[in-house]
Write a protein that binds this ligand. Structure first.
Ligand code: SF4
Ligand code: SF4
Length: 295
């Protein structure tokens, strides 16, 4: 792929990006190195993708996106042998926090990490920044997995600004190898560009199931994502008020919801998301709302 022509110097580029990022002061020395490599890749750049990768990370300002192809140990999601493509969306300050503790000499708490979720979880009612903090990802097992992935990304200097055509192709290659695609394993998946979501889904539409959920379904800007994702809702009444979307409804025990019971729920345990794929928006599989009991 041809390099993008530029007249700006490397230092001008880094300075401008730092202003855009608004990263807190202690993180800036780390981000400077990352941005210098961004510049080198974008403007002094040689094609590097000759085979399908297993992980691609980039940031678009305040959000770090990671797309990873790998296995899962979560039996509700997929079999241990399935290749699962998962998307993660972090606030860039969460990456800065991890990066500034790489030497292991000082520690930070799980709460400190999730308190920085403003850019990646927006105003989600389960987030720490705007809600009650009761997100299902706020568990030690998941948290450790996120930290381990972020540390590895920092050590390998994998984060670049923006998604270039080579990495876009890499994501499509990963999607083609996947047995199942899971959007938003952490963070708000509608922060991904809609055309990228479409490319991922369409890469193997007839063979691969995907799932995705959003708490942004009432927002005007998020409407296109109803094609691929479910609206997260907390009752049938709540779901009915989100027009045009299919909903995934978390209900209390003894509920009277008319939605279809999730077949992988603890009550049924009949299948995995990789096999079921019902939570895939209005263009995916199924037409009804889905429900699962809160535990
Ligand atoms: S449900 Fe998603 S958006 Fe909401 S707090 Fe959890 S990870 Fe963030
Ligand atoms: S309905 Fe299917 S896709 Fe949705 S959570 Fe349950 S098993 Fe997964």
């Amino acid at each position: 792929m041809a390099k993008t022509p530029t007249t700006q110097s490397r230092s001008d580029y880094v300075e401008k990006q730092l202003r855009l990022l608004e990263v807190e002061t202690p993180a800036i020395p780390h981000m400077t190195g990352v941005l210098e490599r961004d510049y080198d890749q974008r403007f002094e750049y040689k094609p590097k993708r000759t085979k399908s990768p297993s992980r691609i990370a980039w940031h678009d300002g305040k959000v770090l996106h990671v797309i990873r192809l790998g296995k899962t140990t979560n039996a509700k999601i997929a079999r241990p042998t399935d290749k699962v493509l998962q998307t993660y969306h972090f606030d860039l300050r969460q990456l800065a926090l991890v990066r500034s503790h790489l030497d292991g000499k000082s520690k930070f708490s799980m709460k400190q990490f999730f308190d920085l979720d403003e850019a990646c979880c927006l105003d989600c009612p389960l987030s720490n920044n705007a809600g009650d903090g009761n997100c299902y990802t706020h568990k030690v097992g998941q948290y450790k997995g996120f930290l381990s992935m972020l540390r590895s990304i920092c050590r390998n200097d994998e984060v670049f600004y923006g998604l270039d055509d080579v990495d876009r192709l890499g994501i499509k290659l990963m999607a083609e190898r996947a047995d199942y695609i899971r959007f938003g394993t952490y963070g708000e998946p509608s922060l991904l560009p809609i055309d990228l979501v479409g490319d991922i889904v369409l890469s193997k539409r007839d063979h691969v199931k995907w799932t995705g959920y959003t708490h942004q379904a009432r927002k005007e800007w998020a409407q296109a994502y109803k094609a691929f994702f479910m609206a997260s809702a907390h009752s049938d009444k709540d779901a009915a008020s989100i027009t045009g979307w299919r909903s995934f409804v978390c209900v209390d025990k003894g509920d009277t919801s008319t939605a279809v019971q999730c077949p992988a729920s603890a009550e049924l345990s009949l299948t995995t998301c990789a096999k079921c794929g019902l939570c895939s928006g209005v263009t995916g599989k199924g037409r009804k709302n889905i429900k699962i009991n809160m535990h």
